[in-house]
Design a protein around this ligand. Sequence first.
Ligand code: FAD
Length: 403
Amino acid sequence: ALTGHKGWKPAWRDPEPQPSYDIVIIGGGGHGLATAYYLAKVYGQKRIAVLEKGWIGGGNVGRNTTIIRSNYLLDGNEPFYEFSLKLWEGLEQELNYNAMVSQRGILNLIHTDAQRDAFIRRGNAMLLNGADADLLTTAQIKQRYPFLNTDNARFPIKGGLAQHRGGTVRHDAVAWGYARGADQLGVDIIQNCEVTGFVMENGACTGVETSRGVIKAGKVASCVAGSSSRVMEKAGMRLPIESHVLQAFVSEGLKPVLPGVITFGAGHFYCSQSDKGGLVFGGDIDGYNSYAQRGNLPVVEDVCEGGMAIFPMLGRARLLRMWGGIMDMSMDGSPIIDRTHIDGLFFNGGWCYGGFKATPASGYVYAHLLATGEPHPTATAYRFDRFNRGLMIDEKGMGNQPN
Ligand code: FAD
């Protein structure tokens, strides 16, 4: 900054769109950029473009509360999220980029005996899948998190399920790191290029119409998170997805008070403390469907009530910022990564409020599907037809839990 940023080179090129590519990815969020990176790096694919209607990192990848974890119960989910956590653990070396991957731990608080039983079951499923899980007592929690209201609370804390390898990652650095890595491997990242329609020939998808002209493609891969329904509608598809706003909040900077991430088990509230000192927190989605990237006050009140119930010192902190992002809420809370019924058109979406932690694995397994035509072994359950066949991956209170 002292040099006025003179002579700094952009971290990735700003290429003009080519008339055609082998693979076109729609959406330059974390998942789209990671897909492009692994397609080029692991699967040796060439002539790839990522088309982004706005700017890299302007969507949910730059709006989330940065939490990563692999503390799921169900077979369809846990191997995938553990694969993702392992990729996070090597990400900075892989991309040679400081993404501030911080394994400060995540703690799901327990408030009832029934909840303890459920969390023990989930912890065992995690261990069986090679993840880490640790059941903490109230005394251990008091020692590590002295500002939580453990005793005299509406919902006393009766323990917690900890995943010490969980934590936080600087979210927009993830977008920038993957963008730079993909660009260096020859991927064209084209910003300010909105996909407005699909080119269909003989029932197959052979390209996209964009605000910068028609671009032909061997394969078209949609990866637009909260815009999934609107984009796939242009191909005549109606998805099992609703769009809702999720809000997030940051307080003024405080001295260290929260060493890891905590989630309240009796209401919608979760919180971590950023390296700058701000308390980063959130809760449930706004209850109505919306494409507005901002929310309403009733949810603000609900989130703050949850926070005050468990973490009363929050009431003394001033709120610095709040914002919203559009969630692609699938009907069972789990994602879809699949080919569509239209030849040449693929889909990745339905991440609800938990897709940031999935970014590396989502990109990897989507690249696998696009390159090989087969689902990656950790993502075989994320098919469209599970809704027809009744094989929902309904991770009650976990897949559906914000963060
Ligand atoms: P995005 O960054 O939204 O990427 C999609 C891109 O597609 C956007 O850049 C958009 O501009 C582009 N696009 C849309 N339409 C078009 C078009 N027609 N043509 C071209 N481009 C288009 N997850 C966690 O795991 N942990 C958390 O702590 C967490 N907290 C969250 C908190 C909030 C407030 C929010 C909003 C989300 C949170 N999430 C969290 C969810 C997570 O952010 C998302 O699931 C994930 O980022 C979605 O994938 P993405 O990064 O590819 O999405």
